[in-house]
Design a protein. Structure first.
Lengths: 342, 342
DNA sequence: ACTGGGCGAGACAACGTTATCCCACTGTCG
DNA sequence: CGACAGTGGGATAACGTTGTCTCGCCCAGT
């Protein structure tokens, strides 16, 4: 059709949504009065308010949040840059729920463990003028955020410190968690306990491996060949496992440093976990359904998320406040795999 | 009111971030020239461009996305309202990756299976003038979205149809998936096959239960007491399971209608799944680690997410296009639990 | 030397909202 | 009866950006 209809035009105009001006015209009041009604200002007479509300309904008017934010300066939303948005993420749930409770909207983006994607996600949040950013850091260097922080952006890191940045941080008690796991296994009589975990270039991997070494030294055990940090790949994990078992004094128990390692180890061990006692760092769904059930050190996900929002709110209230680092304790959950004697 | 020039005033002004005007002044060029440089317009001389870039760096300028969007009319972002943002969600991953590839940002929000939260999330997306919305519908009635659709908002539903709305939709082949599961079990020799699944008030629950009835009738089996739709609660599922086993001709095999039901059944069955053959609808992580491994009908998550973005893009290109519903086929993954004879 | 064209930079308005100021009307008190 | 405070609505100017138009400049062509 050669219609004169301008719908297909290239301009920025779609069929055009109604604006406050349209509502004002429809209701026969001033623009500012519509704004007042929409924002619940009580200084508007009931008759005027009703006229406006009726016009809003008739036109299907929805305020443009972008214009509102631009004018008012407030966003009412915080960004959350997490490692994998499509994976189960109990901390994100706590962040979302807590933020909701204080009237903030959470916009979540995924970094996929990629430095550039983290940067993209975070800068995109800055350009949207989020009221704050919660970040699960992956980059080795976060200096790119310093100008934003100087400009007043509240930032909170969780799970790992944001390298190169002095910001509020929420961490798990990695050392305490490893100590719990270790103590649990020694209480069953184990003395030859091995560790397989994440690369020590990663903060949590480093903390947990170090804590494990300390624990093993503490009972007079030899460190030699018992501690295996490295990339979490099935082949590397399987090789580490083989090294722990094929020795004169094979390990009778094992601590794994994170969820992915735990799973890789279980896959390599096969049925009944080859008779080895196992305690994994990080809880996970279905851990109770495996045979045996997997004993884990669980992180305080809910508390971590809640604390992150609290730190963010505190900083929004007082930008000059010194930064704080909160350590959230872990909890050992026995399910069977860590309760067998050597 | 004390000071005439109070710095800590309550106004919309934080320390104030630099704007294009500041950059223009710093660089000694016109406002519009800064805009051109920032947007990569090539009609700017290299010397001017360099002056601007240097000023941008000096001031730490970041464009305000809200103002840009307000002025240009484009948002460059689509909203995704999913059931549980903190749970593993392979479709969301596919949505995110596909959207990224075509230069769109995805803003994900959680509905938590709550009608009101879905409404809140979706309306919040509308107020932000998202370029499109992908929704995993939970509400029984989506008429509230009709005005937005009329105003030109592209909407795509996935997993379930959006009741009361004529929009593009991506669904799994629920009937085909059930048929696959059923055929797989009959091929092992099973004839007494039970079904436990979701409430039939839910679209997927209804489709799957119906397909199962058809399949069972198809081999001349009795429906009586073999099909158990209902709320996914451990007690209800356990009762259904007991009913299937405590009868003169107990079920030798079982099809479960969704992930949560599968898990509840496995918990109730205990070690070795009580010798019953099991095929679950929905794949899940660690399914291969259970003993036996869990045979499942997997949905085409990646294809569903990709298709959702494709339908959205197609509608953005042509608002008048008739709506389409795409059915994505399922795939049976044998892992052990469904491969035992009666 | 004058003109025409292309290129590149600037002035101005507009996007849809809220903040500020102002004014018209009412009711009350001196 | 006049002035004044209080109430409630309206006009206008921002917020930070981009679209449109204009204009100055330089070079080539006649």
């Amino acid at each position: 059709m050669p219609g004169p209809d301008a719908v297909g035009k290239s301009g920025p105009h779609h069929p055009r949504r109604p604006t406050m001006v349209d509502v004002a015209r429809e209701a026969g009041v001033a623009l500012r009065t519509v704004s007042r009604v929409v924002n619940g200002d009580t200084t508007v007479g009931e008759d005027f308010a009703e006229r406006v509300r009726s016009a809003v309904d008739r036109l299907g008017y929805q305020p443009d949040e972008r214009a509102r934010q631009l004018r008012s300066g407030r966003t009412g939303a915080i960004g959350a840059a997490v490692r994998h948005i499509a994976d189960a993420h109990p901390v994100l749930r706590a962040i979302d729920e807590t933020a909701r409770a204080v009237g903030l909207t959470v916009v979540a983006m995924s970094t996929e463990d990629d430095e550039e994607r983290e940067r993209d996600a975070v800068m995109s949040m800055c350009r949207r003028r989020m009221d704050g950013i919660i970040i699960e850091p992956i980059a080795q260097d976060h200096h790119y955020l310093q100008p934003e922080i100087d400009a007043g952006l509240p930032v909170v890191a969780f799970d790992r410190p944001a390298a190169g940045l002095d910001v509020d941080t929420v961490l798990s008690d990695n050392r305490g968690g490893i100590a719990q796991a270790f103590a649990h296994l020694t209480a069953q009589g184990h003395r030859r306990i091995g560790y397989i975990g994440d690369d020590e270039r990663i903060h949590t991997g480093r903390e947990r491996a170090t804590a494990f070494r300390d624990a093993l030294s503490g009972i007079g055990g030899t460190l030699d060949g018992m501690v295996h940090p490295g990339p979490v790949e099935p082949a590397r994990v399987a090789a580490a496992l083989a090294a722990l078992r094929d020795r004169p004094d094979p390990a009778t128990a094992l601590v794994t440093g994170n969820f992915n390692t735990t799973v890789a180890v279980i896959r390599a061990l096969g049925a009944d976990f080859g008779g080895i006692a196992l305690v994994g760092f990080d809880d996970f769904g279905l851990a109770d359904l495996l045979r045996p059930g997997v004993t884990v050190v669980a992180q305080g996900d809910e508390e971590i998320g809640r604390t992150a929002i609290e730190l963010l709110s505190a900083r929004r209230a007082n930008r000059a406040r010194p930064t704080r680092t909160v350590i959230v304790s872990t909890r050992l959950i026995p399910r069977g795999s860590g309760e067998s004697a050597p």
